[in-house]
Design a binder for this molecule. Structure first.
Ligand code: MG
Length: 158
């Protein structure tokens, strides 16, 4: 059967951190704050896939209290989830995601992000769709205090 899952994440932008989105380092005066590399896009995608296979969320599998994930590249979460999918005999069909950020500009980096995410998940990049929007200057995202991401994933599961 085909199953779908949704993911959402948000991280605060702070000085003194690299800005990693979709596994790609984006030149920006601020980066995302978090236990791992705080890659908000990959976290939303991870939650979407975990949702599709009924496996809870990223906090259950990769708790921020675990020193293994301290400053970890979020690609490792996708690799672990890929193994979970294989263990269940499930196949990821596609990912669609939206990044909501006032700054930095995300779309110029989308092709590199797509290939990074697709590579980690063993997907064809054509099946990883990325979109980006601003928050039209409103709220915490509009004030560039943080970046949010939404993702959906569909999975063919036995
Ligand atoms: Mg997160």
């Amino acid at each position: 059967m085909q199953c779908c899952g949704i993911g959402y994440d948000v991280h605060r932008l702070v000085t003194g951190r690299k800005c990693i989105l979709g596994g790609v380092e984006i030149p920006h005066p601020k980066g995302l704050e978090g236990h791992s590399d705080a890659d908000v896009l990959i976290h939303a995608i991870a939650d979407a896939i975990l949702g599709a296979i009924g496996e809870g969320d990223i906090g259950k599998h990769f708790p921020n209290s675990d020193p293994r994930w301290k400053d970890a590249p979020s690609r490792v979460f996708l690799s672990e989830i890929r193994h979970m999918l294989e263990g269940k005999g499930a196949r990821l069909l596609n990912i669609d995601a939206t990044v909501i950020a006032e700054a930095p500009k995300v779309l110029p980096h989308a092709p590199a992000m797509r290939s990074h995410i697709a590579g980690a998940l063993g997907l064809d990049p054509r099946h990883v769709n990325l979109k980006a929007t601003t928050n039209e200057g409103m709220g915490f995202i509009g004030r560039a205090e943080g970046i949010a991401a939404f993702a959906v994933a569909s999975v063919e599961a036995p």
